[in-house]
Structure formats: structure tokens, C-alpha cells
Ligand binder design. Structure first.
Ligand SMILES: Nc1c(C(=O)O)ncn1[C@@H]1O[C@H](COP(=O)(O)O)[C@@H](O)[C@H]1O
Length: 163
């Protein structure tokens, strides 16, 4: 059963949001992904957010660009932790997405990640770290991932000047 839900405002967000899915897959966490838009499919948003906990979802990752109200509106409907990923927009490079996700009013929380691919990957990592609190297999996968990342950095010490 999926413990993490990944939602995004448009299919055009998938090249960014697939980085969250790839991270979860790498760490052995089952996820569902779907397009849900606060503005274009408001009834679907409410239905998704209100029923997510009863379906066994433990963490929600929501990505959107521009007037990115999706993560905040989902958080308004559920007690589950919600991570917001600002998708890079064509006109303002994602600054609009970032500001509209990060500036939540006190009392309704969204954990906001960095703009774009790295933010989406880290949202997947955060979700896995939450699942790892009670799932030993995911905990070892997260620890292995971190150890191998450290090894890669330490073994890549080539700092030569170009000819
Ligand atoms: N910000 C939102 C919401 C929302 O917040 O509900 N729904 C779609 N969008 C965003 O509009 C951008 C352009 O979407 P299209 O490419 O479909 O025109 C996407 O980045 C999407 O997340």
C-alpha cells in the first residue's frame, strides 16, 4: 500500500516531480502520483486531501508552478505532513511558485523545498525519512544512500586546472 502521495498541478510538472518519485523508488517507498489542481480541479483536490489519511497515506508531496496554491490548500484539508515543491515557471523562474508556497499563514504548515528538480528529490528524501521512523527497511535504505553519497564526494577529489 502506498504511504506517500505525489500530486502536481499539471502534467507539465512531471519532469520536475518525477525526481521525488525516483528518490522514493530508490529508497524502496511505495508512492502514488497524480495530477490534482487547486484551481482547475477544486473538487478533486478536496476529495483527495480529505480521504488521503484514511487510504493509508502518511506523507503528501505537492508540486506546482506559478500561483502555486496546491500544497497550501491540501494542507488546509488534512493533518498529514505536506511538502511543497516550487516548480520552475516559464516567466518568473519559479520565484512566484516559491513565494506562493512558502508564505503560509501561521497554523497551517507546508514544508517548502527548493525550486525545481533538487527540491523535488529532497521532498522524496524527506518523505522517506519520515517513513523511516517506523520502517526499518526504509531506514537502512536512507542510511545506505547517505553513506554512498558521502563516499562519492570523498573519492572525487580531482581538482586540476584545464590545460
Ligand atoms: N499552480 C497550479 C495549480 C494549483 O495551484 O492548483 N494548478 C496548476 N498550476 C500550475 O500551472 C502551471 C502551468 O500549467 P500548464 O502547463 O498545464 O499550463 C504548472 O506548473 C501547474 O503546476
Amino acid at each position: 500500500m502506498s504511504k506517500v502521495a505525489i500530486v502536481m498541478g499539471s502534467q507539465s510538472d512531471w519532469p520536475t516531480m518525477q525526481n521525488a518519485a525516483l528518490m522514493l523508488k530508490q529508497l524502496g517507498v511505495e508512492y502514488d502520483a497524480q495530477v490534482v489542481s487547486a484551481h482547475r480541479t477544486p473538487e478533486l483536490l478536496t476529495e483527495f486531501a480529505v480521504t488521503a489519511a484514511d487510504k493509508g497515506i502518511e506523507v503528501i508531496i505537492a508540486g506546482a508552478g506559478g500561483a502555486a496554491h496546491l500544497p497550501g490548500m491540501i494542507a488546509a484539508h488534512t493533518h498529514l505532513p505536506v511538502f511543497g515543491v516550487p516548480v520552475k515557471s516559464r516567466t518568473l523562474n519559479g520565484l512566484d511558485s516559491l513565494l506562493s508556497i512558502v508564505q503560509m499563514p501561521k497554523g497551517v504548515a507546508v514544508g517548502t523545498l527548493a525550486i525545481g528538480d533538487a527540491g523535488a528529490a529532497n521532498a522524496g528524501l524527506m518523505a522517506a525519512q519520515i517513513i523511516a521512523l517506523h520502517d526499518e527497511a526504509v531506514r537502512s535504505a536512507v542510511q545506505d544512500f547517505r553513506r554512498s553519497q558521502t563516499q562519492k564526494v570523498l573519492s572525487n577529489q580531482k581538482l586540476e586546472l584545464p590545460e
